[in-house]
Design a protein around this ligand. Structure first.
Ligand SMILES: [Ca+2]
Ligand SMILES: [Ca+2]
Length: 225
């Protein structure tokens, strides 16, 4: 254990960047879709003279800062506008979660993340447990890929657990399966509402330890049999 005075000194010397992987809380203060000042920055701040903490910047900062950080998302409509599918560092298209994180929205009815049809909304492939609550996830469209709103599952030996609580997944589209959510590992759904997507399976994947509770899936149809 390091002396607290030394930790404090290191904190100051680091320009406010927590040292040694201390987890952080990022409070989003802009609905704009702008990347962080640098993909490796652990501070949520866009470049320029009036930096803000956008959702994308917060995801990137959380990815860069090892440990399960928290992202606080106030009420608002957060529309993704930086096109570019098949990119896995949250710089373009979907918001890639490469380090487990807790995203706490103001409420499913008020904190709305809109994929704007440019890509899915979240691609969660970080080891460990990611929790997303109090948001609506809508208008995702990854094109010829799975997971219209959310794609989650491990890459390589990663084991991903995604908990969704008080989340609405609606109006997402996928050419392939998982119009709402495509899951490859562990998915826990509590108070999650799904509403119409495209005619494909709204929820793909059959993990062994799903714990759905009070899950409502409305108006979806399944392609094929
Ligand atoms: Ca992190
Ligand atoms: Ca991406």
């Amino acid at each position: 254990m390091l002396p607290s005075a030394l930790v404090g000194a290191a904190f100051l010397l680091g320009g406010g960047v927590p040292a040694w992987g201390a987890v952080q809380t990022f409070v989003v203060n802009s609905t704009a879709d702008v990347a962080n000042s640098s993909p490796t920055s652990k501070v949520c701040a866009t470049a320029g003279t009036n930096p803000v903490c956008t959702l994308r910047a917060a995801i990137q900062a959380s990815n860069a800062n090892s440990g399960t950080d928290t992202i606080s998302l106030p009420a608002g409509v957060y529309t993704l506008t930086i096109a570019g599918r098949n990119e896995d560092a949250a710089a373009t298209g979907d918001l890639d979660i490469t380090d487990a994180v807790t995203v706490t929205g103001a409420g499913a009815g008020s904190a709305i993340i809109d994929g704007n049809g440019i890509d899915r909304v979240f691609d969660v492939f970080a080891s460990g447990t990611t929790t997303i609550s109090g948001v609506t996830i809508r208008n995702g469209n990854p094109g010829a890929a799975t997971g219209g709103g959310i794609l989650t599952g491990g890459v390589g030996n990663n084991v991903v657990s995604l908990n969704l609580s008080n989340v609405i997944v609606t109006q997402n589209t996928s050419v392939n399966d998982g119009g709402g959510i495509a899951n490859g590992d562990n998915l826990s759904l509590t108070d999650v509402t799904g509403a119409p997507g495209r005619p494909c399976r709204p929820l793909q994947g059959a993990p062994s330890d799903d714990t759905p509770q009070r899950v409502e899936v409305i108006g979806m149809s399944q392609r094929g049999a």
